[in-house]
Design a protein around this ligand. Sequence first.
Ligand SMILES: *Cc1c(COP(=O)(O)O)cnc(C)c1O
Length: 454
Amino acid sequence: MEKPILLYSTNLKAEPVTFSEALLKGLAPDKGLFMPEFIPTLSAEEIESFSSMEYYEIAFTIGKKFLKSEISDADLLAIVKDAYDYAIPLEKAYDNKYVMRLDQGPTASFKDFAARMMARLMNYYLARDGRKMLILTATSGDTGSAVANAFYGLNNIKVVVLFPTTEVTPRQRKQMTTLGKNVTVLSLDGKFDDCQALVKEAFSDSDLDYLGLSSANSINIGRLVPQIMYYAYSYSRLKNEAPDKKIVFSVPSGNFGDMMGGVLAMKMGIPIKKFVIATNKNDVFPNFMKTGEYHKIEPSHNCISSAMNVGHPSNMSRLVALYGGIMDEKGNVIKMPDMELMNKEIFSVSVSDSETEQTIKQAWEEHKLLLEPHGAVGWKGLISFLNENPSEKNSLCVSLETAHPAKFPEKIIDLLNFDPKLPPSLEGLDNKPEFVETLENNYVSFKKFLMERF
Ligand SMILES: *Cc1c(COP(=O)(O)O)cnc(C)c1O
């Protein structure tokens, strides 16, 4: 049996653990994030073979590299086959410039990819250990519904979702609140960052140890590994259109989980020559790349790409670690990462709301490309990259569309004058009853709620 890959904490003050331990723990005991001690690589033959594989087979090959002896081939194959039963359209905008639509899962955002695999893996390990678990998750919209949906009905796991009352659309809210059963949904009078702070505080509160808390946020390593796979998949499908056999990805980013999956794909060997990392007005990262100084934005700006309204991206310490630096959970840079390498591999840009709206209009007018605000930030980032780097004009480029346009009907009607057709997964939501409770924005209330309820 191959030895498992161990995961260390980015704060470097906790013992390394196995993947299944990191998966069930979420956050390391020293409040750091789990990172693999080394990044497994894909051979040229493996990458070549992806071209003739189904998505779930690619997911299996990559997942196995991290899980190794911690799961049997048959069990992992069953999990990925069950998790990835939907299409991943690669839509041509023009020439060799594509949009990858990661919005065909049950909650119509890319977060289904991570949540569905993580839920099935957690369920598998909990059953093995005869344990139960309470998952706390903070959401700015799409995580909550993806997580709630992925765990809904599992008998070893209960889920509590916190969302900022005014920062999610009615449709996003209903995707969480219409479930019930083992899913409790709390509406908080505050911002996403407040929700995340409450969840983080609960994790480090030993009074709550008896609850068996875990996170399903982008801080969980189980969220990260499934986000490597679609980068490998799209490369395998489009590589013949790359003049230099290399690909550029543009990733609209908030907590930087999606882009971390991409960077891991590159470090595993997928021939990626550049990441375009586009944020909304919450531009901590583009500023960091420019100035080398990291300044959190508190409170975060409210932008129309609401799932990216993050003033201190929670995966930042992982990214810094991957480039040889150290950042603690508060955003203090203890050791600078290799900024030169980072600037070589990453182009980062902030996109305003008005540019986002303009892009939704232009993409539709010029290419009949239908984008919602998050995907439009990514597409605009790619346009900026190509404009600033004329030599990249012929490169194969894939921009990620992270949510379905029908999740933002008001915006699309306003800008394009039509109501986007709902994907089947979102039909019928409007008439279902909602189960939701409100919570005051302070830790004392949250703790009391948890201790009384569970
Ligand atoms: C969560 C989310 C993002 C940002 O992804 P991160 O991994 O947090 O960077 C982008 N778009 C949509 C629609 C999302 O739900």
